[in-house]
Design a protein around this ligand. Sequence first.
Ligand code: PHE
Length: 341
Amino acid sequence: MKEMMQKLREAALQAILETEDVDSLENLRVKYLGKKGELTGILRQMGKLTAEERPQMGQLANQLRSELEETLETRRTALNEARLEMKLLQETVDVTLPGKKQPQGHKHPMYNVLDQIKDIFIGMGFEIVDGPEVELSDYNFTKLNIDEGHPSREWTDTFYFTEDSRICLRTQTSPMQIHAMETKELPIRMIAPGRVYRKDEVDATHSPMFHQIEGMVIDKGVTMSDLKATLNLVVEKIYGKGTVTRFRPHHFPFTEPSCEMDIQCHKCGGKGCPTCKGEGWIEVLGAGMVHPKVLAGCGIDPDVYSGWAFGMGLERLAMGEYKITDLRLIFENDVRFLEQF
Ligand code: PHE
């Protein structure tokens, strides 16, 4: 039996040292040391030994097992190292090759315009505020002096969430006026840009979702001339010095008096061209003096405080600035379009 083990040892050691890959090492382990392996086969014959011989053989077998296991492990490590070495030698990296270019995006053209406007208002001490797009009809309409039965409250114009018309997607950023007056210390100078929603069919100038910027000032002694001066300044910063504006009387339930501001077409100088649809003027925003009823509803004494507000469409502004002729291009996010800015 001792001889059998001796033979097994020699054969196994030689086989292990001659092996060139890790997989066949594992096969050798199974062959010699596995459950059905050769060493086990030899040990099965222990029954034939005398009681004295048995422990001796047992010890020898254990020694042999440890020796073979160690040799296997050493060989495995050596083979792995050699393989890594080979790999490193073969797979040299050419560090002079150009890298893979990741196409880099940039800000959406409409947000360029928004950032420009934010900068202008921040420069005048305004605060930028943000508010909910899902709004109580109370804030979108009632507190803005828009009575029950007003056409803009119709289900055909507004997205409602509840049968009782209590909750809707805001149709304008004007509810931000109410939020600001209810929560902020006076005086207030703020703009509130954001998404608004109306049940409009999509075409070149309409989308059920678009962006507005609300602006509002509340202080003592604020007048319509403050409104005009501020908006004229903003227009000059966007369209250049000397841009002519006009303020036309208009009606909004939450401002009194109300107006719309037009700018003289910067393309044709007022003569009439495709940009201004032959009008010579381009409508830019709605504005007015915050209605005393609205002030009072927010707990502000209209005899002490007054204020102005405006709301303008952001897409329209971006379309004017970048000469975009179809509103849908702004939302489609086609890189061939966006790349151009
Ligand atoms: N919210 C109005 C609109 O969507 C614009 C507006 C804002 C008018 C503030 C006056 C004051 O048309």
